[in-house]
Design a protein around this ligand. Structure first.
Ligand SMILES: Nc1ncnc2c1ncn2[C@@H]1O[C@H](COP(=O)(O)OP(=O)(O)OP(=O)(O)O)[C@@H](O)[C@H]1O
Ligand SMILES: [Mg+2]
Length: 276
């Protein structure tokens, strides 16, 4: 009977040990999960803080800027072309206008506009975005390829925000092909429950050491006056708030492809689009 009790004791200890190791595995996994969530939280808190700061600054700068623009245009109207100081007054207007554009971008970055989800066809959103880009005369030296999948399932998105994302990606692509020309391909497809849009250029490509930083707010390789470095970070924020992702593949000197994936809403019916 003693031996039996001993055997029972050993069996119990073994069971406890195995239970302990199972629990330990669980704790380890939860700890890793916690660390991941914490890193994400720090990142999004940082972005939110930067957004708020940017919005405050932008708002404060907007008022004096409006006066500068207003008075400069008033004075320019008083001075005919070719007269002394007219050129300087035009320059003031031009530069203040540029400052206003940056301020507008910053206000956009703070994302204070109401979020209005709408069931929609992404192909249509792409086409509407292209209309805006064509108006800027951006495609003079660039060949455009549109490869839209037919019968794409709809998505439920805030249309102006998603347009902003495509616009940012297209503008970046156009910028890197401005001088040498090239081709821009917009491609849509559907796989794994996600509607996918690719924006591919044959521009400069992205240096490997920059690749990890391009989605950071204020990261830019553009000359000081032409880029704020907000396009991609704003776009990433918008796409993630829709439950989607943005990825990039790039080869230096060959070109870059940005891929936006948004969750499909199969079966939902596309709402009438007021913009269409
Ligand atoms: N299609 C692209 N080809 C090559 N580099 C790119 C491309 N898109 C983005 N980049 C790189 O990523 C950086 C960040 O892009 P992002 O759109 O965030 O800011 P930006 O274009 O520099 O300025 P902004 O969009 O605010 O005018 C760019 O400066 C550029 O270095
Ligand atoms: Mg940009």
């Amino acid at each position: 009977p003693d031996e039996l009790r001993l055997a029972e004791g050993i069996a119990l200890q073994a069971a406890v040990a195995s239970e302990n190791s199972r629990l330990y595995e669980g704790v380890k996994q939860q700890y890793a999960e916690l660390q991941r969530t914490q890193a994400q939280l720090i990142q999004s808190t940082k972005l939110a803080a930067i957004g708020e700061l940017a919005a405050n600054i932008a708002h404060e700068i907007n008022n004096p800027l409006t006066s500068v623009l207003g008075f400069a245009s008033y004075l320019a109207e008083q001075v005919p072309h070719g007269q002394p100081m007219r050129e300087e007054l035009d320059l003031i207007q031009e530069e203040a206008g540029r400052a206003r554009d940056i301020v507008r971008d910053l206000l956009h970055f703070s994302r204070q506009r109401e979020f209005v989800p709408q069931v929609t066809d992404l192909n249509q959103v792409l086409e509407q975005t292209l209309v805006m880009v064509r108006r800027q005369g951006a495609f003079d030296s660039i060949t455009l390829h549109e490869e839209y999948a037919e019968g794409l399932p709809p998505v439920e998105v805030d249309v102006p925000r998603i347009k902003q994302v495509f616009l940012n990606l297209i503008n970046n692509a156009v910028y890197v092909m401005q001088e040498r020309g090239g081709s821009l391909t917009l491609r849509s497809s559907f796989s794994g429950g996600m509607v996918r849009v690719e924006v591919a250029d044959t521009g400069t490509g992205i240096a490997p050491e920059h690749l990890g930083r391009i989605f950071e707010p204020f990261f830019t390789t553009k000359p000081e006056v032409s880029g704020t470095g907000l396009g991609l970070s704003v776009s990433l924020g918008i796409v993630e708030s829709h439950g989607g992702t943005i990825g990039v593949q790039s080869e230096l000197g060959v070109g870059s492809t940005f891929t936006v994936k948004l969750p499909a809403k199969p079966g939902a019916s596309v709402e009438d689009d007021p913009d269409a």
